[in-house]
Design a protein around this ligand. Structure first.
Ligand code: ZN
Length: 649
């Protein structure tokens, strides 16, 4: 579908995109049915997440849904449109706090206007309390929405205050941070080598002075939603691709029935070893970013299948790992005699749920328990149909045209940019980090606070050096010897200018990936100046980057790789510090101000998220024969449908 529209909605600081499911039609009907059941399960936990984020989120969402469905107000009025923007933001954030900053956000209309909309809607659909009339209900619910004093932040991580009582999230009720910490510390850990994830799947509340743990399971907290998840997992079991996968699903069901953390670990071990199946999924209480204490997990799900072609790419890279190591432009003593590449799985997303929806990760690395990772391994995946949608959406955003003045470069970026950037990531992950070795006696900690920036730079340089190698074309990883230039263009453009849009004027670079990119770009800019390898040029008062000599730039990448590998292998802290402090931290203030101003004029949404494709059963009479996929549902319709069909709490 060449005219597929990727960006379908825009409000506040958010854009909503769609993604496609390539190769869906090449799966078997059984695989598609499995994906369908797992996708249903992925939608069943939506209410759980709303409730975990804030105790009044579900009431507010149900109110919003009822207004959208039934209010009699003029839908084109500013009043209704202002309300609708707020509704879209609540759906997007799974509650009334910003999905990223976790700050509470507010409607652009007055409280009285919000109340009017509630009152002119069908009261029977409102989550009112017993004895409450429409006016009383509208007052109570909007008092929560417009409250500017309490629950202003979902996750508070700063200051000396009690992090539990100053965070609006709903993992705790009536307990202090100290009480939570004491309670968790008192829980038995039968095996210190293999610690259970204590507190992962429960809420702690104080009832009559006593602390109670409400476990998320059948018969416990969120039972009604969990029963629906189990219903669909049970359905999924019969379409499992093999016995191992069926047992994995069965174990997850046992965990949901009991809430047992032992079962959760057993499930994760089965899951991480399920490598032969094409279809895969994540479903459970997993990430702990939503809890200021980093203990309790939000509910999430993703449903996907392996992208065979792209995974083949990472396999080819791994199979040739030794060749890359042997030919690296670094000192022989710093090379590994035996190197093993990592094979990353590339997946195609089919459905996003819970804390992965609508805002989604582009890569997943699970399970989280360190001991399971050490003893049984982990799965690291990149999600290519999602990154593809991001790429297509950004090509239409105008930012390439703003920051690139060369038509040839723009055309090359459109042609090769996506492919080359994926390959860069693969080389970085599958080979870069694993290459090289420390000299005997050198500590892995020698580079201290500079180690992660230097390590990211090393992996990036490995990728940048090799992406221009003939070997890459020979192995069929890029179509021709022009393609790598697209990655060089975008890397230098981003490292010297592009990435600055994410930094406030006057601040330094802190994040290690951003530091590493500037380190590489600035070092090469400076060391190539005599030959004019990279140029910062002004056209009509605007600054642009240009690469004048790609071959020389490649050898600069090789030189810097050799030096950073030396720093790492020898543990040369002073040289590492000097590189980072000289090139990676400080930002040219004038250029930064210019970049921010140009970016602001593009009026782009800094955050993005996705609607899901809609899967439906294909019936022949009473027989379920297959699954169809549809991409046409818009954002509001999807949110309203989820509210109707998957509301269990
Ligand atoms: Zn890395």
């Amino acid at each position: 579908m060449s005219n597929f529209e990727y960006v379908i909605d825009r409000f506040a600081d958010i854009k909503i995109m769609r993604y496609q499911i390539p190769e869906f039609e090449t799966l078997t009907a059984q695989q598609r049915k499995l994906l369908y059941c797992l996708s249903q399960a992925a939608n069943c936990g939506r209410d759980i997440l709303f409730d975990q984020f804030f105790e009044h989120n579900l009431s507010i969402r149900k109110t919003i849904d009822a207004v959208v469905e039934t209010c009699t107000a003029d839908r084109s009025s500013n009043q209704y449109q202002g309300f609708l923007t707020y509704a879209k933001r609540v759906w997007f954030s799974n509650g009334i706090h910003h999905h990223y900053s976790t700050d509470k956000f507010f409607p652009d209309i007055e409280q009285s206007e919000f109340k009017e909309l509630i009152v002119c809607s069908d009261f029977s659909k409102m989550p009112a309390q017993k004895g409450e009339n429409a006016i009383q209900f509208a007052q109570r619910i909007t008092d929560i929405i417009y409250d500017h004093t309490t629950n202003q932040k979902r996750v508070n991580l700063s200051g000396d205050a009690d992090l539990v009582s100053t965070s609006a999230c709903n993992f705790y009720k009536g307990v202090s941070q100290t009480e939570v910490e004491q309670y968790n510390a008192a829980q038995p850990q039968p095996d210190a080598e293999r610690p259970l994830s204590i507190g992962l799947n429960s809420r702690l509340v104080k009832i009559d002075g006593k602390i109670c743990e409400e476990v998320y399971c059948v018969g416990g907290k969120y039972s009604a939603a969990i029963e629906q998840i189990i219903k669909w997992l049970t359905e999924a079991e019969q379409f499992a691709e093999n016995e191992h996968q069926r047992k994995t699903i069965e174990k997850l069901i046992e965990y949901y029935k009991t809430g047992s953390l032992v079962a959760w670990d057993e499930y994760n071990i089965l899951w991480v070893k399920d490598l032969d199946s094409r279809v895969d999924f994540v479903n459970g209480f997993i990430e702990v970013y939503g809890d200021p204490l980093g203990t309790k997990a939000t509910w999430e799900s993703v449903v996907n299948f392996k992208d065979l072609k792209a995974t083949h790419r990472t396999e080819v890279i791994s199979q040739n790992a030794q060749w890359f190591e042997d030919n690296a432009p670094i000192n022989q003593n710093f090379k590994k005699a035996q190197v093993k590449g990592v094979t990353a799985k590339v997946i195609t997303m089919v459905q996003l749920g819970g804390d992965c929806y609508p805002s989604t990760p582009i890569g997943i690395n699970l399970p989280n328990a360190d001991w399971i990772r050490k003893e049984h391994g982990s799965k690291s995946v990149t999600i290519e149909n999602i990154t593809y949608a991001y790429d297509r959406a950004s090509l239409g955003s105008g930012s390439l045209a703003e920051f690139c003045c060369d038509d040839e470069v723009i055309a090359r970026t459109r042609k090769y940019g996506y492919q080359a950037s994926n390959l860069h990531t693969d080389l970085h992950e599958c080979l870069g980090h694993g290459s090289g070795q420390l000299l005997p006696g050198v500590s892995g900690e020698a580079l201290k606070n500079y180690s992660s920036t230097l390590e990211e730079a090393r992996a990036d340089l490995f990728a940048l050096y090799y992406i221009a190698d003939n070997k890459i074309v020979e192995l069929g990883l890029l179509p021709d010897s022009e393609a790598y230039k697209a990655e060089y263009d975008s890397y230098i453009r981003n490292g010297l200018m592009g990435q600055l849009v994410r930094i406030e004027l006057g601040k330094d670079l802190e994040e290690s990936h951003m530091r590493n990119r500037q380190l590489i770009a600035k070092w090469c800019f400076e060391h190539g100046q005599a030959d004019n390898v990279i140029e910062l040029k002004k056209v009509n008062g605007k600054t642009y980057t240009a690469i004048n000599d790609y071959t020389k730039l490649r050898s600069l990448f090789g030189k810097l790789l050799a030096e950073i590998q030396r720093i790492k292998s020898e543990g040369d802290y002073d040289a590492g510090k000097n590189l980072v402090e000289t090139y990676a931290v400080k930002i040219d203030q004038q250029l930064h101000a210019e970049v921010l101003e140009r970016y602001r004029k593009l009026n782009l949404a800094p955050y993005g998220g996705f609607v899901n494709p809609v899967l439906s059963k294909v019936m022949e009479g009473n027989n379920w024969v297959d699954v169809a996929v549809d991409y046409t549902e818009n954002y509001t319709d999807q949110m309203m449908r989820l509210g109707r069909e998957f509301s269990f709490l």
